[in-house]
Design a protein around this ligand. Structure first.
Ligand code: GLC
Length: 705
């Protein structure tokens, strides 16, 4: 619709009709079933049903069609409803969880997954996805690390931008695109104790340095919506934090799109005790420029009076305008049924889901036991041996009954296989011992149920269950040739079992094609290429932990490890069990020394880092060379080492490639105490590495302004 006509449409709305555009409900307000992803309790009056602006949580095209048709039949102004959903890693075809996708360290792969998800979701009538989740995380006790891109701000920023590009494409009017909603603004991942919805208290330097970049990236990629987070920042819940939103989101980041609250977050300002009534809550959220009230009655019951009493019609018009513009961008005025029932090539999606899953698993350890031979006499045993509960917590209308289990996948590939699925009650230990003894190799499948990670799924202990640890003990006594496969939405604590097995594969939740992908990887038809986007701790006592350990006054070093007054534990090592960036392959890669084009980098210039990587093995594969750097002297404390660049490099047997990374001074900038992000002159050290703790070689450079 032309902008002038859209403006006329806005001006023709009554106060109540304008408020209605800011209200979002689930399909049951239209007598349909829908996805409930939060507490219920709202009482949106029936009278406003045909004035609301958007619906979240529909499943199928038929529902969307029925609700849209019913709504438009009763709508005076023919402003179509917007339909939103949590399309987090697929819609019906479920891809690996975002933390698994991040293990690929591959922006193109992420963009393809987002694109494929959008095609399927748009064909079922979805217009907006509540994705990407851009939260910076460093505490796997928080179940929502499942939805994140892991513990590195640069990796998370690159992947967040890739999601936005994939969902939105180059034209939102295209019926296979979705508008993206980046979330949760901001700081949600810093919940104290890793306990979901708990208090957050982070410094401004930390917020601007580590939490903001991924949101900046999403906004630079053109994201259409931002969602506020449940937590507080500077003591004020974000949903009511006018100072933060106006100065940072609308100000510094210049976001002028739609800001939506998280589920019931406006009403929950009363639980935070920063609002006494729904009127207070609505006023505070509206003043903070929250445009859409997700699933509460605060706006629908209170906002009209607030606008009248405080002469806020211009602000209301601005909020409604942002929503109408979004609907117009999506082409909804021309076609309120955009995308509905478009043909989707499900077989192609299945192939994509398989390929992506093979790129998302991580091989942590392999003492020459993998790949399996197809004729290996195999026992597959464990709580997760035959489970199809492998889609993860945000798998929308994915049906786990259609997922392929590890056992089903291996049965197709291996000729001599016995499967023993165990659960707490009836474990036949004698049968397991006999089978383990008779097998040549044992695959032990353990880990989380899909509901043990994700939202409202915090864990204070991250070990395997007692029966799983007992199983590993039993197997290790009967047969030393064992491979551990873990299913989880987060890093687990594997310290007690790590030495009892010869190989460890992190399968995360790999989606519909879990079994086929794992079978291809375990039998060597596919090569591992995943690397950890989050460190695996030795114990929860180390948490929160990130490889980006900051310099301290009394660091532990190789030289002083026996001293008393240093930063260390008496009962645990400082290092993680497995480091950020760690991941093995069946191939053997060697790296040359790191080279640098100059040892003096001048302002406005750039330098080039280069090196060779060679595949010395008989198996083609992906190497993931990583570049880290240290800024040797800084105004505020900085990490001893931070990721700067990476590249997935595909190499045939015996192939050598020369890799180049171009580095500019602004790439080395950090947030100073005055919150400016600038690069100081001085010494920098660059490292070529296989992980945050596995350095291959290093060079030094001086930056001169
Ligand atoms: C949930 C989540 C958010 C999700 C929203 C809608 O509570 O916090 O990530 O997008 O509600 O389902």
């Amino acid at each position: 619709m032309e902008i002038e006509k859209l403006k006329q449409r806005l001006l023709s709305l009554s106060l109540e009709e304008k408020v209605g555009q800011l209200v979002q409900v689930t399909p049951d307000f239209f007598g349909n079933k829908g996805e409930i992803t939060g507490p219920l309790g709202q009482k949106i009056a029936d009278s406003t049903r045909y004035q609301i602006g958007s619906v979240l949580g529909t499943h199928r095209a038929a529902e969307v069609k029925q609700i849209q048709a019913d709504y438009l039949a009763h709508s005076k102004h023919q402003i179509p409803l917007l339909f939103m959903a949590d399309v987090i890693h697929g819609y019906e075809t479920i891809f690996p969880i975002p933390l698994a996708l991040a293990s690929s360290f591959d922006e193109e792969l992420i963009e393809r997954v987002a694109q494929n998800s959008a095609v399927e979701a748009a064909s079922e009538g979805i217009h907006v996805t509540f994705s990407p989740m851009a939260d910076y995380v460093k505490d796997p006790r928080w179940g929502r690390v499942l939805e994140s891109n892991g513990e590195d701000p640069r990796l998370s920023t690159a992947l967040t931008k890739a999601y936005v590009r994939g969902y939105q494409g180059d034209d939102l009017k295209k019926e296979t695109s979705l508008a993206a909603c980046v979330k949760h603004f901001i700081g949600y991942g810093a919940a104290e104790g890793g306990r979901d919805y708990n208090t957050v208290d982070i410094s401004d330097v930390e917020l601007h340095q580590n939490y903001l970049p991924a949101f900046e990236g999403a906004i630079s990629a053109g994201v259409q919506l931002v969602m506020t987070s449940f937590n507080s920042v500077h003591g004020v819940p974000v949903t009511a934090n006018k100072a933060l939103i106006q100065s940072v989101l609308r100000g510094k980041l210049r976001f002028d799109g739609v800001l939506i609250s998280d589920w019931a977050a406006i009403a929950e300002l009363k639980n935070h005790r920063v609002a006494q009534t729904s009127r207070d809550a609505a006023k505070k959220a509206f003043d903070a420029s929250v445009d859409i009230d997700m699933m509460t009655d605060c706006y629908s019951e209170e906002l009209a009076a607030i606008v009248e009493e405080n002469h806020l019609m211009p602000q209301l018009d601005a909020a409604v305008w942002r929503i109408l513009l979004l609907k117009n961008e999506l082409g909804l005025f021309e076609n309120p049924y955009r995308g509905l029932e478009n043909k989707v090539d499900k077989d192609q999606l299945k192939v994509e889901a398989f390929e992506v899953a093979t790129r998302s698993a991580v091989l942590l350890k392999n003492e020459a036991i993998l790949p399996l031979k197809k004729e290996d006499k195999l026992l597959v045993v464990g709580t997760k041996a035959a489970t199809t509960d492998v889609l993860g917590a945000w798998s929308w209308i994915g049906d786990s009954d259609t997922a392929i289990s590890l056992a089903a996948g291996l049965e197709k590939e291996c000729s001599a296989i016995e499967i023993i699925a165990i659960d707490d009650e009836k474990t036949d230990w004698s049968k397991i011992k006999l089978a383990a003894h008779a097998a040549e190799k044992v695959v032990i499948a353990v880990g989380e149920d899909s509901q043990e990670a994700g939202e409202a799924a915090s864990r204070a202990k991250l070990n395997l269950s007692a029966i799983e640890q007992e199983l590993i003990d039993v197997i290790s006594h009967e047969n030393s040739e064992s491979i551990l496969v873990t299913f989880s939405g987060r890093p687990l604590v594997l310290t007690d079992v790590e030495e009892k097995v010869k190989a460890i594969v992190v399968a995360w939740f790999l989606g519909n094609q879990t079994g086929t992908a794992l079978a291809a990887l375990l039998t060597g038809q596919k090569n591992f290429s995943g690397h950890l986007p989050m460190s695996f701790p030795r114990s929860v006592g180390q948490l929160p932990y990130s490889y980006q350990e900051m310099s301290t006054g009394r660091p532990m070093t190789e030289e002083n490890a026996d001293q008393k007054y240093i930063s260390r534990y008496l009962d645990e090592e400082n290092s993680p069990l497995y480091a950020f960036g760690h991941g093995l392959s069946y191939s053997a890669f060697t790296y040359s020394e790191l080279r640098v084009s100059t040892d003096e980098l001048r302002s406005g210039c750039e330098l080039e880092l280069s090196f060779e990587v060679t595949n010395e093995s008989e198996l083609a594969g992906y190497a993931l060379p990583q570049i880290y750097f240290t800024d040797e002297y800084t105004e505020v404390i900085r990490p001893k080492r931070e990721l700067l660049a990476w590249q997935q490099v595909q190499l045939d047997c015996g192939e050598t490639k020369t890799i180049h990374f171009t580095i500019r001074p602004e790439d080395l900038a950090y947030v100073h105490s005055d919150l400016s992000r600038t690069t100081d002159p001085g010494e920098f050290r660059f490292y070529l590495a296989k992980s945050a703790l596995d350095i291959v070689s290093a060079v030094s450079v001086t930056y001169v302004e």
